[in-house]
Design a protein around this ligand. Structure first.
Ligand code: AMP
Length: 573
């Protein structure tokens, strides 16, 4: 059964005219019901103003200038007439319609355009390449327009321009497909999460209803909506929600990437289903080597490494540089490393419904790590709060954000943000605090300072007031180095600019600034900390050699951060 493009153009016109959500829905649902199943994919894509799903970057290579020529050719009016009307109306679609209307009065239309003919005509535009391709594209569009009714011309022009303007966003199709084929919108959405392609979803619903939808699964080459994480307040919350035990993975700070391998072909998709394959050519051969199955989909985080320190770098930087200096140069200057943490498909078998433990086990079998390029995310199954804290400290120490806890039996819930993955990002922000005192360590740490008393500057009086005693985050080497440094700054009594109540083994001239991480700010009695504020779980990050004590965080700033933190907590509750 053929479907004529005019049916579609008429529906587009009605969609453009109505602002009502419900009415738009029923127009689309009606259209889909009328569409023969073999045409449904084309109709859905054309409704979205495209000929490929959104994750395929599609450039027709035709701009406004070429389209104006095509409109002139097809209508028989001069280019200057097209330009004149364009200035008056501002929409080349409407201009085309007007001119075709005038032409209609003098010619007879011979052939009726089918959906297939229009779809294929537009879809093939990017394939016209090489010498004279611009002119050949203009001819191809002119041919379509010559056979068009005025209304059809309007929407063909707009589709080629990539600006359909009928108010149909991807999200709306969920309800329209559900209404058209009497299926549950939730099931439509789920099928979309797995395929990211409403044209396939609509066809499955049209041909098989709910059962058809359930048969749709993940496919290599089609991005899957990634599973997301909720935020946990603290370790106790995680242990409570996950019944005392969970897998803990390092939370890397890069970009979420889903890598698909299909034979020799590799695709990289972002969290928003954009195709980033061409952005990281340096990653393709290592991925081919690392992923052993012929067909596989894995999920992970791409991080950029600082060539000197080997530590992760802020990813926004990398993307900016790639745009500025070109892909090749930055690939050389900033190596990227893909850290895999999940698997969604292996050789045709979907893994989403397998429990986390099984998926991790599979990953360990199918990934062969490639030094500095592809590896598995570091993971530990833990139940002891101390051990979890230690792992989290370690993650932060080596430059990462914290941990993600994963429920051991959880399936992969595409596109969902639930409590099966919990992020533990203890650091709100870091503070730059001045070191004013030290206490000797015990046992293994005897003979060196094992913790330091840190102070913030009171912006009003200029005095340094204590905030916390910090005994973690140091490596053994740090402790030795720091002790050497502070011995030189040691004084008999607290410095005159320092207000301190805590008894220390040593007091220092307020000269060194520590960057300090923490989990939470608390109110503290003034007999303990003279600033009136305290920190929960303070951790040494590094000495800020570039900071003078006058530039340290102020008591007033900490008070503000405290307010902010309480407000955020209120919101979450
Ligand atoms: P957020 O963006 O703060 O909501 O945190 C979730 C994001 O953390 C994910 O989308 C990933 O990009 C990232 N991430 C880093 N490491 C992991 C991991 N081991 N497991 C899951 N997500 C991770």
């Amino acid at each position: 059964m053929v479907m004529y493009y005019l049916t579609l153009a008429e529906a587009f016109e009605r969609l453009e005219k109505t602002p009502s959500y419900l009415e738009k829905n029923s127009i689309i649902a009606e259209l889909l019901r009328q569409t023969p199943p073999e045409e449904i994919e084309r109709v859905v894509l054309l409704l979205l103003g495209r000929t490929t799903p959104a994750y395929v970057s599609q450039e027709t290579g035709v701009g406004l200038a070429q389209l104006k020529k095509a409109v002139a050719n097809a209508s028989g009016y001069s280019l200057s007439e097209v330009e004149r009307l364009m200035r008056e109306i501002g929409d080349l679609g409407e201009v085309a319609r007007k001119l075709m209307e005038k032409k209609k009065q003098v010619t007879l239309f011979t052939e009726r355009l089918t959906v297939k003919r229009v779809f294929e005509g537009i879809r093939r535009l990017p394939e016209i390449t090489g010498e004279g391709s611009v002119d050949r594209k203009i001819i191809a569009i002119s041919e379509l327009l010559t056979s068009s009714q005025p209304l059809e011309a309007k929407f063909i022009v707009r589709t080629v321009l990539g600006d359909l303007r009928i108010g149909v966003a991807e999200g709306r199709l969920r309800d329209a497909i559900a209404a058209a084929f009497k299926v549950d919108p939730e099931e439509v959405e789920h099928a979309y999460m797995l395929t990211t392609d409403y044209s396939l979803v609509a066809r499955a619903a049209a041909e098989g209803g709910a059962k058809g939808l359930r048969q749709l699964g993940v496919m290599v080459g089609h991005p899957v909506s990634p599973m997301l994480a909720q935020r946990a307040e603290d370790i106790a919350e995680i242990l409570e929600r996950m019944k005392g035990k969970a897998a803990f993975e390092i939370k890397l700070d890069g970009i979420r990437i889903q890598a698909h391998k299909d034979g020799e072909k590799i695709y990289l998709f972002t969290r928003r289903m954009e195709d980033y394959t061409s952005m990281f050519p340096d990653l393709i051969p290592p991925l081919r080597q690392a992923l052993k199955p012929r067909q596989v989909i894995v999920d992970g985080e791409l991080v950029a490494l600082d060539k000197k320190t080997g530590k992760p770098m802020p990813f926004q930087e990398v993307l900016k540089r790639r745009r500025k200096y070109g892909v090749e140069e930055s690939a050389e200057a900033i190596p990227v490393e893909f850290n895999i943490f999940d698997v969604l498909l292996v050789d045709g078998k979907a893994m989403l419904d397998e429990p986390y433990v099984k998926r991790r086990e599979t990953l360990e079998k199918i990934v062969e790590e490639v030094e500095g390029r592809v590896k598995l995310v570091e993971q530990r199954v833990l139940s002891d709060a101390e051990k979890i804290k230690e792992f989290s400290d370690y993650a932060i120490k080596i430059g990462h954000e914290g941990l993600v806890a994963k429920e051991l039996n959880s399936t992969y819930r595409a596109g969902r943000r639930e409590f099966l993955w919990l992020k533990l990002k203890p650091v709100l922000e870091t503070l730059d605090l001045v070191v004013v005192g030290g206490l000797y360590g015990k046992g293994k740490r005897a003979g060196v300072f094992g913790s330091y008393v840190l102070a913030a500057r009171d912006a009003e009086t200029g005095k340094f007031k204590t905030v916390t005693k910090c005994g973690s985050g140091y490596t053994d080497e740090d402790l030795v180095e720091l002790t050497k440094m502070f011995k030189k700054l040691q004084i008999r009594e607290p410095h005159e600019d320092v207000e301190i109540e805590i008894d220390c083994d040593a007091y220092f001239k307020p000269e060194v600034v520590f960057e300090t991480a923490y989990e939470e700010i608390q109110v503290s009695p003034a007999e303990k900390h003279t600033s009136g504020m305290g920190l929960r779980f303070p951790r040494f990050i590094r000495v800020r050699e570039d900071r003078r004590p006058e530039e340290a965080t102020t008591v007033q700033e900490i008070e503000e951060l405290f307010e902010l933190q309480e407000r955020r907590k209120g919101k979450r509750a």
